[in-house]
Design a protein. Structure first.
Length: 176
């Protein structure tokens, strides 16, 4: 895929392996991805879900990339583990039903803070919110990085599993 489908902003293979392992660590049953593109990162997430028995909902606004992703999910043998919803994630996310123990944010960078606000109520304590490009696009993601690092509901670290960089936020249990 990475050789034949270029210019689709895919994460690096090492980053994909990291996502797969994180899905396994939280034993995710329900995963959400915002920004499918051609499905490369979604396939890695689905490989984790194959081990946990979970399912991925992934959101993509672009019709061509969504079609390509469907083909790639089939070719990778993970189509039964993935539901792709084509449309604007800013409209789709508020209509989704919780819980999602694993959320991956990788759409347009100016919307990350809004996605964080939308997904936070959908994630149970112990769940993970992972966002891409906090290292290579750090300047564009200043507000988001501040939001995940200062939110008392989240425990956040930055992980450079590849060139993009992930913020990895665990949702804390509510205090009495
Ligand atoms: C960085 S690419 C995703 C790459 C993918 N996660 C991967 O690594 O294989 C971002 C994708 O988010 C999609 N996107 C941007 N804004 C969106 C929105 N509001 N709703 C749904 N998809 C959106 C873009 O069309 C694009 O395909």
């Amino acid at each position: 895929m990475r050789e034949h489908q270029k210019g689709l902003w895919n994460i690096a293979p090492s980053e994909g392996a990291f996502l797969r392992d994180q899905v396994g660590k939280v034993r995710a049953q329900h995963a959400l991805e915002i920004g499918t593109s051609n499905g490369y990162s979604g396939i890695w997430i689905a490989l984790g879900l194959r081990e946990t028995g979970g399912h991925l909902t992934t959101l993509e606004i672009d019709e061509g990339r969504a079609r390509l992703a469907e083909e790639n999910f089939q070719a990778a043998g993970v189509a039964s583990l993935v539901t792709l919803r084509r449309g604007d994630a800013l409209e789709l996310v508020p209509k989704l039903h919780a819980p999602f123990e694993f959320v991956f944010i990788d759409a347009w960078k100016q919307d990350y803070v809004r996605y964080l606000e939308m997904v936070l109520p959908l994630v149970p304590a112990g769940g993970l919110i992972v966002a891409h490009n906090v290292t290579d696009l750090r300047d564009q993601l200043q507000d988001f990085i501040h939001a995940v690092q200062s939110n008392p509901q989240l425990d956040t670290r930055i992980v450079n599993a590849g060139p993009g960089g992930f913020s990895v936020s665990i949702k804390r249990a509510p205090r009495d």
